[in-house]
Design a protein around this ligand. Structure first.
Ligand SMILES: Nc1ncnc2c1ncn2[C@@H]1O[C@H](COP(=O)(O)OP(=O)(O)OP(=O)(O)O)[C@@H](O)[C@H]1O
Length: 681
């Protein structure tokens, strides 16, 4: 009873503070709201400025370290502003977490493609009734016209907050094609949004420039503090035997006294055997990676958060949105792929502000392996050109829906699905809009009739009639492409599926969908496909080089720390906080990723046996059709859609030349292929 009364008084107090801050968003009023709503005494660096900007309707770029409190910078404006706050977030687990952490008097919801239709409609209903103030959505939602229409008249949006905004930039360490569509122009046109808050913990100057351009954030609305917290002790050591050195670390000070440690590995398999090794040595540990089921992952996170296990051995998949304040140590078993990743991952330690320790085990073999994998997104101009021909050769007339089955297309052109999507997105939002992307659907449908005969049902139902006209029969069932029916009847793919669902509920039919596909509508065919292919390939290869530069910069920093930093004040033994902090600050303020020449990795520029080995490889595998890139990938041990590791890793040459620079291997392969083809082999 007493508690209820207190709660009621609390809410009234907060509402009054919200009202006061709405009338005058002064430091004093906002601080009083912070105290009443969250119980915190003062704002952390950067928070007040960002909140005041946003409340004044000014789009803002906010760069705060991990765990510094970015969420508060959209939550407080969401209380004050009259309309809805839309928060774009890259991961479902992150959205669920952020939704759970909203203060009780700030009602929220989320719209995700994994929701059931009932959950989706319930959220819509609450939205329309004005019962939601903060709505979390994935970037993919912005492809969906129906989603955008929800806001057309009825629901004014006051603010769009974009979390992990670095995903917008292809120069970031974590580029996501679906984030590319988040442009100020689209948000303004489709959602009538004037104010955008972009948030990230890690962005170089180049990445920031690109985000701010895309979102039209004025340059003086950048709120940025140091990207690394100074309660982190950073150290690095060279390791020839990482398992042994990891054990040594965990058994000696300061790690031996810690209750909560994250060990980061590059590969899923690595996390499993490292955690098993730790368990065998009486250290309570569990592995975590995206290959585990959602349920298992939640279980490991829960066990870790409640301190029931001491160590989580994880890939990069662990930690986004993890708000465990008392992680005392982070150990990098593998080199992070960039300084951004290093800053993000070390930032999971010491969120409570207490002194925490981060150690990196450096070994050059892992570095070469990761460097080699950085080439897995690379593409050749003629493959892009062939892909573009297919995109625009869609038999359907302009304006109708086209589709490309993801797996099939990826295998055919030997280009990863993610890269295909990047190219399609570029065709939509590049200088010229050639197409409009639609949400992805499974396009191949098999239909089974249960009650009425197909012909009789077709007489009554126009969609069934179209299905009978457009399908093939396989084993007595009707198989068709959903897009063909949508085009035939001039309706959307969603409408086709809805109609099939209704027939299913009435017991007439059942159906199965397969073959997830990219769907799009062509708006304009390019005049010169060759020039377009060349431009896109050049851009993709710049993105690939930037990724390698980032890794090289990370390696150079680690190498500098272990080999050359004795001269730096404050560094001693394996303690390198001073020099690492300095290098990180320099890196984030430079325009492009660069690395110290003297500490940069130098992959081998040649090998005496390379050419001869490629020759033998081509002779013994003359049944397959190779490109220079495909040969180089096999020599580097890189799986690709056309040459999967499941088949090719058994080959004698798989991964043999991982330490020779990839372009050098490609050149050698090209020379051999020319000879090979010349001989008519
Ligand atoms: N002014 C403040 N005073 C004290 N604690 C705060 C303040 N602002 C935020 N916090 C707390 O700091 C923690 C981290 O906040 P939050 O999750 O928003 O960080 P973040 O910047 O989004 O981190 P990440 O980049 O890792 O997602 C939360 O528990 C939050 O309640």
């Amino acid at each position: 009873m007493e508690r209820e009364k207190k709660g009621a008084v609390g809410v009234v107090g907060v509402l009054k503070a919200v009202e006061a801050a709405r009338e005058d968003p002064s430091e004093q009023n906002l601080e009083s709201l912070l105290r009443l709503a969250y119980g915190y005494d003062s704002f952390r660096q950067g928070q007040l400025e960002a909140i005041q900007n946003v409340v004044a309707g000014e789009s803002t770029m906010l760069v705060l370290p991990t765990g510094a409190g970015k969420s508060l910078c959209y939550q407080i404006p969401a209380m004050i502003l009259s309309g809805l706050t839309l928060v774009v977030s890259p991961l479902l687990s992150l959205m669920v977490d952020q939704l759970r952490k909203l203060p009780a008097f700030l009602p929220g919801g989320l719209l995700a493609s994994s929701q059931t239709s009932d959950e989706f409609h319930e959220t819509l209903q609450r939205l329309r009734a004005g019962d939601i103030k903060v709505l979390f959505v994935s970037p993919e939602r912005f492809l969906n016209e129906e989603f955008l229409l929800i806001f057309k008249d009825a629901l004014p949006i006051s603010l769009v907050a974009i979390d992990e905004a670095h995903c917008i930039s292809e120069w970031s360490h974590n580029f996501r094609p679906s984030y590319l569509r988040l442009r100020a122009s689209l948000l303004r046109r489709k959602l009538n949004v004037q104010c955008i808050l972009a948030m990230t913990a890690t962005a170089t100057t180049q990445t920031l420039e690109e985000i701010m351009n895309a979102l039209e954030i004025p340059s003086n609305n950048l709120v940025k503090t140091s990207q690394i917290r100074d309660n982190l002790q950073l150290s690095i050591s060279m390791s020839d035997n990482r398992l042994k050195d990891l054990m040594l670390l965990l058994k000696s000070s300061p790690f031996v006294d810690m209750r909560s440690i994250i060990v980061y590995c590059k590969f899923q398999g690595e996390t499993d055997y490292v955690s098993k090794y730790l368990c065998d040595n009486n250290i309570s540990a569990k592995s975590y990676h995206s290959g585990l089921s959602m349920k298992n992952r939640s279980r490991v996170q829960e066990l870790f958060c409640s301190n029931k296990i001491r160590v989580v051995v994880a890939t990069v998949a662990f930690g986004m949105g993890l708000d465990k304040s008392d992680v005392e140590g982070v150990i990098h078993y593998s080199l992070p792929e960039s300084l951004e990743e290093y800053v993000q991952e070390t930032g999971r330690a010491g969120r409570d502000g207490r002194l925490s320790h981060c150690h990196l085990l450096l070994d050059s073999t892992t570095f070469y392996k990761i460097r080699s994998l950085s080439h897995s997104d690379g593409v050749d101009e003629y493959a892009i050109s062939k892909f573009l021909y297919q995109v625009f050769s869609c038999d359907n007339p302009m304006g109708s829906i086209c589709s490309l089955v993801k797996e099939l297309t990826s295998r055919k052109f030997d280009i990863k699905e993610e890269v295909l999507l990047t190219v399609l997105t570029q065709l939509e939002i590049g200088g010229q809009q050639y197409l409009r992307l639609l949400p992805q659907f499974s396009v191949t449908c098999t239909l089974y009739f249960h009650k009425t005969s197909p012909q009789l049902l077709a007489d009554k139902d126009v969609l069934v009639r179209s299905v009978l006209n457009k399908s093939e029969t396989k084993d007595g069932n009707f198989v068709f492409e959903v897009t063909k029916i949508a085009n035939d009847l001039n309706i959307t793919v969603n409408e086709v599926i809805d109609h099939l669902q209704q027939l299913k509920f009435s017991g007439e039919i059942s159906f199965e969908l397969k073959d997830p596909a990219y769907c799009y509508v062509i708006l304009k065919k390019p005049d010169d496909l060759n020039t377009l292919s060349a431009t896109i390939t050049k851009w993709l290869s710049e993105v690939e080089s930037s990724k390698i530069m980032k890794l090289d910069a990370m390696f150079a920093l680690a190498n500098f720390a272990v080999k050359g930093c004795q001269r730096t004040d404050g560094c001693s033994g394996s303690q390198h906080t001073q020099c690492i902090q300095k290098k990180i600050t320099e890196y984030f303020s430079k325009n492009k990723a660069t690395s110290d020449n003297d500490c940069r990795a130098q992959p081998h520029k040649s090998s005496p046996f390379l050419q001869a080995d490629i020759k033998v490889f081509l002779q013994s595998n003359s049944f397959a059709k190779f490109t220079p890139r495909a040969v180089a990938r096999i020599m580097h041990g890189i799986s690709s859609p056309g040459f999967l590791s499941a088949t090719w890793s058994k080959n004698h040459f798989w991964g043999r030349y991982v330490e020779v620079d990839f372009p050098v291997v490609m050149e050698a392969a090209k020379a051999e292929l020319v000879k090979f083809v010349g001989k008519g082999e």
